[in-house]
Design a protein around this ligand. Structure first.
Ligand SMILES: [Zn+2]
Length: 84
């Protein structure tokens, strides 16, 4: 996946929403950790989702099921622990 593919397929959005299958998620992650623009988009997207769900109140449980998978992947991704 290159950056244009990621943008054209809304990969970051789908990734955030947990809509990518395992293969697609891995392809996007491989690109994302090489691409500051996509990494930033995912980071901002997570923050936005946090805010949105906070405003929706009581939907916290739904958020957890919708994005927990993606968060776990993102936060535990080994590439993320590498020093810059
Ligand atoms: Zn990119």
């Amino acid at each position: 996946m290159d950056h244009n593919d990621a943008v054209n397929s809304y990969a970051a959005e789908s990734y955030l929403l947990g809509e990518l299958d395992e293969t697609e998620a891995e392809a996007f992650e491989t690109h994302m950790f090489e691409c500051p623009a996509c990494a930033e988009q995912v980071k901002l997207g997570m923050e936005l989702l946090d805010e949105a769900y906070k405003m929706l109140n009581n939907s916290e449980r739904r958020m957890n099921s919708a994005t927990a998978f993606t968060r776990r992947r993102f936060c535990r991704h080994p590439r993320r622990r590498k020093p810059r």
